[in-house]
Design a protein around this ligand. Sequence first.
Ligand code: HEC
Length: 220
Amino acid sequence: MRKNILLSVVLLALVALHWAIPSDRSQRTVRFFPDMADSQAYESQAPTATTSDYGDLDLRPPAGSIARGFSPFPYDASPEDALRAGLELNNPLSADDPSVASRGATVFATFCAVCHGLAGAGDGTVTPKGVPPPPSLHAQHALDLADGQIFHIITHGQKNMASYAAQVDRTDRWRLVSYIRELQTAETTRLEREKAAAEAAARQSSEPASDDQPASEVLS
Ligand code: HEC
């Protein structure tokens, strides 16, 4: 009896398999849980019940959404927005980190020096060839620019200078700001030293030579 039941089960299994495995291999086999294997095909521009807000399947991100990894820069390419960037943005990089200015120097030499000159004096190699020379980055106007304003100028450009946002990424733009500050400090220090030396020389030449001075004055 047991044997008969076993044989019937085997027989049934064989019949089921025979039914489930098609002889035509190009046809699908029977699927028991198709779930979402057969999704309903929509036309990409056609409205659907779930996307009626948008009208079609071509979904746009909701207003104000920001792509992952993207940081917005909510300033237009206008002088007003340059001023606003100057008031609102601070350089996120530390001035004490030497790698900031050293990378800044490399980027400056690559993208900026052709016009601005390696030291930022506005005497880049293209300027004698007809490209309007930029103002010196050591002029009072540039010294007075806020960090955020310089960042805005590099990002959006200014008059004859194009935007460098495509060539120089955001962090490198801040490194450029740090490097420009370093150039400016070096130049200001150099000018102050020169002035002090010139003043000292002028003082010395207007004073009588120490040899002529009475001994009492030299000692006092
Ligand atoms: C094609 C030449 C050119 C290149 C390359 C260039 N600039 Fe300029 N830059 C200019 C000119 C011209 C101006 C003056 C624009 C104006 O009239 O306001 C300027 C202005 C500036 C100013 C404002 C100076 C001020 O006193 O208003 C800064 C800061 C500056 N550039 C930084 C940079 C940096 C950083 C780079 C490299 C990423 C760079 N520039 C690349 C031509 C250039």
